[in-house]
Design a protein around this ligand. Structure first.
Ligand SMILES: *Cc1c(COP(=O)(O)O)cnc(C)c1O
Length: 400
């Protein structure tokens, strides 16, 4: 059990706490599920990009899926081998492409013909051959049942199957492009298997048709998106996930790449915040805490559910909103939850805060971002200090 009270006393609040042992368990579960084939787990760095988190995963053998050159630099700094780093994302600047090619990472994931032209031109300038993969949009609705799903070409990600094929043929004929991979990612917080299996089948069919014209794809990247329990969702078992994908890969000798973000870290993290005071407005109860939407944005941004607990208190529960001090009505962590009476200083634990938590934090309202603490084998370690006021104004100049 994690001693949240002691951590809050030592490191103050608001605070992020991560259980590195849980991250290891998640990694092992997934790696084991994919053990029937060559596979690379490529952690989606955007979910939690603290250097210690990446380096912990790197030590377990994880690669990194990055969506900016900054994330690529983090991954390299944290010890991820360059041949396990992927650079994805719908828009990349020339300098980012150039640096990725210089750093000789595993591959660049491309999302349009225009992007491929840019990458090819830059590879020509550099006298290099760029290893690429193409993100295909298999047009699957990740939420509804696949047999009633309609066209989903409305989002900005990836290219359709026809375009992908044309791109592979072009790349294969270019001496500066090496089309080594194929990629799809149908959504996040997936809790149903069938859309994944169906998407995988569509993409595997494309790989088989490329193979028929002597274009040999080595990396089959199924993206991330594996869901986790925030409330009472039923989720996908890693074993079933792997089996569903494997069942589509007949006739193909590919290395499987999977890019989990949330699955690795969401339930390894908690956000700790203290009660400042309570107030009642015309019968509506508010618990006001010292953390705000600037620290943990998911409830405000997505109306996301996070389990909330008042440490060491129970009984006499009544409905309350847990809100922060930021000057926005959208500044809340929980709405209409049954919670016990609180006193100033009580600790509120917001669960499942390890993914898309700190990484989305901002300095809105001139609030320094929280510290981050990692626990491994019972030992806490500060992996990012709390920001100070000086940190916040460091880059500003006052015009007098
Ligand atoms: C965001 C993203 C991921 C990770 O998604 P999770 O839902 O956190 O697993 C993986 N791959 C790509 C391309 C992404 O955009």
């Amino acid at each position: 059990m994690i001693d949240f009270k002691a951590l809050a006393e030592t490191y103050d609040t608001p605070l992020y706490v991560y259980d590195f042992n849980h991250i290891s368990e998640q990694y092992d579960k997934l790696k084991k599920a994919f053990s029937g084939r060559k596979s690379l787990i490529s952690y989606a760095v955007k979910a939690n990009s603290n250097l210690s988190v990446i380096s912990h995963l790197a030590k377990l053998g994880s690669g990194a899926d990055c969506v900016s050159i900054g994330e690529v630099r983090r991954a390299l700094m944290a010890g991820v081998p360059k041949y396990q780093i992927i650079f994805s994302g719908v828009g990349k600047r020339d300098e980012e492409i150039k640096e990725a090619l210089e750093k000789d990472i595993l591959l660049l994931n491309l999302e349009s013909e225009a992007e491929m032209e840019r990458v090819e031109a830059i590879a020509v300038q550099m006298g290099k051959c760029a290893r690429i993969s193409i993100r295909v949009n298999p047009n699957i609705d990740p939420k509804t049942h696949p047999y009633i799903s309609t066209g989903l070409h409305e989002n900005k990600f990836g290219v359709d199957l026809e375009t992908a094929k044309r791109m592979y043929i072009h790349a294969n004929n270019s001496s500066h492009l090496d089309p080594v991979g194929i990629h799809f990612h149908i959504g996040s917080q997936l809790t149903e298997l069938e859309p994944i299996r169906e998407a995988s089948m569509i993409v595997a069919d494309l790989v088989r048709s490329l193979k028929a014209i002597k274009i040999d794809i080595k990396f089959f990247d199924i993206g991330g998106g594996l869901g986790v329990v925030y409330d009472n969702e039923t989720t996908i078992e890693p074993y079933d996930y792997a089996q569903a994908v494997f069942s589509t890969l007949y006739g193909l000798d590919v290395t499987l790449i999977c890019e989990p973000g949330r699955f690795m870290v969401a339930n390894a993290g908690w956000f700790l915040t203290r009660v400042l005071y309570e107030k009642v407005n015309e019968g509506k109860r508010f618990i006001i805490v010292d953390g705000g939407m600037n620290d943990l944005l998911r409830p405000s941004l997505y109306n996301a559910y996070h389990k909330v607990e008042v440490l060491g208190k129970s009984g006499n529960e009544s409905e309350a909103d847990v809100v922060g001090p930021v000057c926005e009505s959208g500044d809340f962590f929980a709405k209409s939850r049954l919670l016990p009476p609180t006193e100033p200083g009580d600790l509120v634990i917001v669960h499942s805060a390890g993914a898309y938590g700190f990484v989305m934090a901002s300095n809105y309202n001139t609030r320094p971002r929280p510290a981050e603490v990692a626990i491994e084998d019972g030992q806490p370690r500060c992996i990012r200090q709390r920001e100070t006021f000086e940190d916040l104004i460091r880059l500003e100049t006052m015009c007098l």
